[in-house]
Write a protein that binds this ligand. Structure first.
Ligand SMILES: Cc1cc2nc3c(=O)[nH]c(=O)nc-3n(C[C@H](O)[C@H](O)[C@H](O)COP(=O)(O)OP(=O)(O)OC[C@H]3O[C@@H](n4cnc5c(N)ncnc54)[C@H](O)[C@@H]3O)c2cc1C
Length: 529
């Protein structure tokens, strides 16, 4: 059985051995002048308890800690008793467990789909709600244990309390004990928490954020999901698979507003219209009052997004608030260090160094970095981890910048949606502004042998490229296992590979990758089949 671990974990393990020396010539020089991990270190700037201290141990902080140890830096992480943070405890990991289990239920209840494969199910397909919830909880605990073990194994000092900046350079106070520690460099990685708009009362029983929803306290017959971003969409997949009816409430004029329009349209057909889902757009849930399961409904008042007039009141069994996330940066001493946040987000430059404020006037605050959701650059687990590694590289004096255009993202619905780079609408704007010609090519799951063998022939892969250079700018996929397929495209964007080069690379037959092969070949006028 495989468990999710950030790439940084494996990266750091590799880096720990001889790879530390092989990494770059400068890393060898750097690590050799460092003190042994058990000694208080000496530096030109004075004595420090640690080379690097990290506040927050989500995937961002964890990734940074492991890479810092890989560079032989004496490293502490303040975990706030929450190793694994959002991703492991109440995000990516448990949500994917719910999606995996509920996805099976959906598939096994889909008689037509099974009949097409020559399978019949005699009798009902049932599920145990508590069993599915336990699967998510147990998986999260197990992955959390793996992360804790990796920290112990690599001799990271894990301080369980919350870490707070004291206002003096290099200092962090452990909120639990009051003890003040010093570190040459500090990385802030406090992550994010669910955003709950005013007027909505969350009781985490009948009105819940993703934090409460992941416990799957009950399967509501009728649930409203406020917000149609990727978290709301994933939960609509879980709920409808388990038999709920769903109504999306979306403030913007269109459903799935952050997705590429063409993909969103197809997603609407595959993930919304074919299911027990309807939606309202252009409306705010202005007031949400919790109910009592089986006794009193949840009340949702909706107002027009423009006129603010009451348009509808909905009575549902449960409401999920999926209206985005806000940085978890309150009460950690940022103001005392002269750090001005914007809606809680910490301003950073490309090297992840903290700036005094957002905008052009922001000045670098020496020796403080901020990674992950708290800087708002890209609120994804693997982005947080990559930024953590990058911050450590910069701390070690090796200039490094994460290419956020090459960071892929995925929505783990059935079928999945995945993307790297800007949407087609954004590409059109970018091309016009920068003066290049946009090319577009498409592969289809409908003509793919592997997808058809699975009975899952719906979806497309759209490749957007710069016609002048041939380089891939963005790829958007909807279809079975899109989240795995996107990696090839992200690597291509990162490496600056051209569609010509990609069209000549050999893709295994029969695999889903051939959907991309078709798109790459199409981009240079070649037929793939
Ligand atoms: C339901 C859901 C599903 C998601 N699915 C995916 C997905 O499939 N793929 C994906 O890439 N992303 C997904 N995400 C997003 C992902 O979880 C976040 O982007 C990621 O966790 C951010 O990592 P982070 O390290 O910045 O912060 P976090 O994971 O939030 O970790 C920050 C940690 O710091 C702690 N902390 C805060 N302040 C302090 C302090 N002062 N001292 C000590 N500790 C402190 C917090 O308690 C927390 O443990 C999902 C999120 C949710 C909610």
């Amino acid at each position: 059985m495989k468990f999710y671990l950030p790439r940084s974990f494996f990266f750091a393990l590799m880096a720990l051995g001889e790879a530390v020396e092989a990494f770059t010539p400068t890393s060898k020089t750097f690590s050799s002048r460092r003190s042994s991990s058990s000694l208080k270190m000496m530096s030109s700037e004075g004595n420090f308890d640690f080379d690097v201290a990290i506040i927050g141990c989500g995937v961002g902080g964890h990734g940074a800690a492991l890479h810092a140890r890989g560079q032989n830096l004496k490293t502490a992480v303040f975990s706030g008793n929450d190793v694994g943070g959002t991703c492991v405890n109440r995000g990516c990991v448990p949500s994917k467990a719910l999606l995996a289990a509920s996805g099976r239920v959906r598939e096994m209840r889909d008689a037509k789909h099974l009949n097409d494969l020559g399978i019949t199910v005699d009798g009902e397909v049932n599920f145990d709600r508590a069993g599915i919830a336990d699967h998510a909880k147990n998986l999260a605990n197990r992955v959390k244990g793996n992360l804790e073990n990796s920290l112990i194994g690599l001799k990271v000092d894990v301080i369980p309390g919350r870490g707070v900046l004291t206002g003096k350079p290099h200092e962090i106070r452990d909120e639990a004990t009051g003890k003040v520690y010093s570190a040459k460099d500090i990385i802030l990685a406090p992550g994010s928490i669910p955003f709950v708009p005013p007027g909505i009362t969350v009781d985490e029983k009948t009105v819940f954020t993703s934090d409460g929803a992941l416990a799957l306290p009950f399967v509501p017959e009728y649930v409203a999901i406020i917000g149609s971003g990727y978290i709301g969409l994933e939960f609509s997949d879980v709920y409808t698979a388990l038999g709920s009816e769903v109504t999306f409430i979306e403030a913007l004029p269109m459903i799935m507003p952050t997705f590429d329009r063409e993909i969103a349209k197809l997603a609407e057909r595959l993930l919304i219209r074919e299911r027990a889902i309807d939606y309202r757009t252009n409306v705010f849930a202005s007031e949400v009052v919790p109910g009592i399961p089986g006794e009193k409904p949840v009340l949702i008042k909706m107002i027009d997004a423009k006129t603010k007039e009451l348009v509808e009141t909905l009575e549902v069994d449960a409401a999920m608030v999926a209206t985005g996330r806000v940085p978890n940066t309150k009460n950690m001493g940022l103001e005392d260090m002269g750090i001005e946040t914007q809606r809680g987000f910490v301003a950073v430059n490309e090297k992840m160094q903290v700036l005094t404020k957002h905008g052009e006037d922001g000045q670098v605050i020496p020796n403080i970095y901020c990674i992950g959701d708290a800087n708002g650059k890209m609120m994804l687990a693997h982005a947080a981890s990559a930024q953590g590694i990058s911050a450590v590289e910069n701390i070690c004096g090796r200039e490094h910048v994460v290419n956020h255009d090459a960071v892929p993202a995925a929505c783990f619905t059935h079928p999945e949606i995945a993307m790297v780079g800007p949407t087609e609408e954004q590409c059109i704007e970018r091309a016009a502004k920068e003066g290049w010609t946009l090319g577009k090519s498409q592969g289809s799951f409908r003509a793919n042998s592997k997808a058809l063998a699975e009975g899952e022939g719906q979806g497309i892969a759209k490749v957007l490229f710069n016609k002048d250079t041939g380089k891939v700018v963005a790829v958007h996929i909807i279809g079975i296992h899109a989240a795995d397929l996107i990696q090839e495209c992200a690597n291509a964007v990162s490496a600056g590979t051209t569609v010509k080069e990609l069209s000549m690379m050999v893709h295994t037959h029969p695999t889903l990758c051939e959907v991309l092969d078709e798109a790459f070949k199409g981009a240079v006028g070649m037929a793939s089949h």
